[in-house]
Design a protein around this ligand. Structure first.
Ligand code: IN0
Length: 404
């Protein structure tokens, strides 16, 4: 649960935190009896504490398919990320991963901690995969094949242009969106959404992760790859590492804001994607990570801490988002609130200020045009009052990092 200090500063976090804790205890009791499924659900909750709970609330058939999809992708990611594996061993594994999932005898030891357990016990994952309906299996196979090939392509390649950045994010996250849309369709709970909107859902999440994780990635030993595109950072520094040095913090901030502005481009597509969903549990599953992403972008924008330490939403706010993201009105409200927070953080002398503000305005317009912006409780103010820029004292935004 959240730290005592954080709860004392934000007492209204306590109730959603307790609710989340109760949900986690309940989920722990719902682990299926079959050993291979028990392994998969236990692993799911180990690798993803809160998101695992959101997967668990999907209907039984879709829940199993998404759980396996999620773990297969985590396993693929573990191979991609393990810097101790030689290139000539790694590439064939990535390219053949979609076949390995059909083979309960296959396994490859790599990764650390819970990911090592996942890889060592891979047969439990393939045994469960083989019990899914054919329709689900084919979607997971197809996406795993395309993602493995994409990862192999980028294993030795630097991300130079923004187009390459979009392509890399398509392979590792956009394809997840395409796959999920097809799984939802296979479950018969949703119509098939376009590839382009599905792709944007993944890009918005992945770009937010890449921005937030700058310091963790740059400091990794042995050196890991970086995904900030040269086309963006080279406008501000000679080397990507330079962003973390104190002397050039104004350039670092401008570069960070440029990256956030790039990510904001996908927000409207995400809103469209979510507004087309019909099933309440699929809706929550999709919407919670998206609200977390726009909140994280609002927190990272103009924030030098991205280059100094870990910038993450406090646990209480995560719990609140999980508790209060149930309808499209909640999503529009959250996107509107976090965009308002972003707007207040934009400084006139930022080289991309006009572009950033116009993207924020487009998001806000999309939210107000829905006609659903009313009565909901704000995550930020936690009152019934709307988080309206005309009503809110700008001083609030100077302490916004503490609020979040
Ligand atoms: C995800 C996505 C995800 C969920 C719902 C709809 C999506 C549509 C398109 C693309 C991705 C979608 O969500 C998870 C969220 C997650 O794992 N959160 C972590 C927090 C964190 O920081 O890691 C948690 O522990 O709660 C996500 O980030 N990805 C993901 C992976 C597989 C699936 Cl099936 C769904 C990863 C990524 C790279 C962004 C696609």
């Amino acid at each position: 649960m959240g730290s005592l200090g954080a709860i004392l500063r934000h007492p209204d976090d306590l109730y959603p935190l307790l609710k989340l804790k109760i949900a986690a205890n309940h989920a722990a009791k719902q682990i299926p009896p079959e050993p291979h499924w028990a392994f998969c659900y236990t692993m799911l909750h180990k690798v993803s504490r809160s998101f695992g709970l959101v997967i668990q609330q999907l209907g039984p058939e879709l829940r199993n398919a998404v759980c396996i999809f999620y773990l297969v992708l985590r396993a693929l990611d573990t191979v991609e990320d393990d810097t101790s594996i030689n290139f000539d061993i790694k590439v064939p594994i990535l390219e053949a991963f979609h076949r390995h999932i059909y083979d309960p005898k296959w396994h490859f030891s790599c990764g650390t901690k819970e990911y090592k357990v996942l890889m060592d016990q891979f047969h439990q994952l393939s045994t469960s995969f083989l019990e899914l309906g054919k329709g689900y299996q084919e979607v997971i196979e197809d996406i795993t094949k395309r993602m493995g090939a994409g990862m192999a392509k980028y294993i030795l390649k630097e991300v130079e242009t923004v187009d390459e950045y979009d392509e890399y994010c398509h392979y590792v996250a956009g394809l997840v969106g395409l796959g999920l849309s097809k799984l939802f369709y296979a479950s018969k709970f949703e119509d098939l959404v376009s590839d382009s909107l599905s792709n944007s859902m993944g890009l918005f999440l992945q770009k937010t992760n890449i921005i937030r994780d700058y310091l963790e990635d740059i400091n990794e030993i042995p050196k890991s790859r970086m995904f900030w595109p040269r086309e963006i950072w080279s406008k501000y520094v000679n080397k990507l590492e330079d962003l973390k040095y104190k002397e050039i913090s104004d350039k670092a901030i401008q570069c960070l804001n440029d990256m956030v502005t790039d990510a904001l481009l996908h927000a409207e597509d995400c809103l469209k994607y979510m507004s087309d969903l019909r099933d309440p549990s699929i809706f929550r599953f999709c919407a919670i990570p998206q609200v977390m992403a726009i909140g994280t972008l609002a927190l990272c924008y103009n924030n030098i801490e991205v280059f100094r330490g870990v910038v993450k939403m406090r646990r209480g706010l995560t719990a609140k988002i999980i508790d209060r993201t149930n309808t499209m009105a909640d999503v529009y409200g959250a996107f509107f609130d976090f965009s308002t927070m972003l707007k207040f953080k934009v400084e006139k002398n930022d080289p991309n200020a006009t572009k950033t503000l116009s993207r924020i305005e487009a998001i806000q317009k999309c939210c107000s045009n829905s006609g659903l912006l009313n009565q909901r409780r704000s995550y930020i103010l936690d009152t019934k009052a709307r988080f309206n820029s005309a009503l809110v004292n700008p001083i609030l935004f100077h302490i916004s990092s503490d609020i979040i």
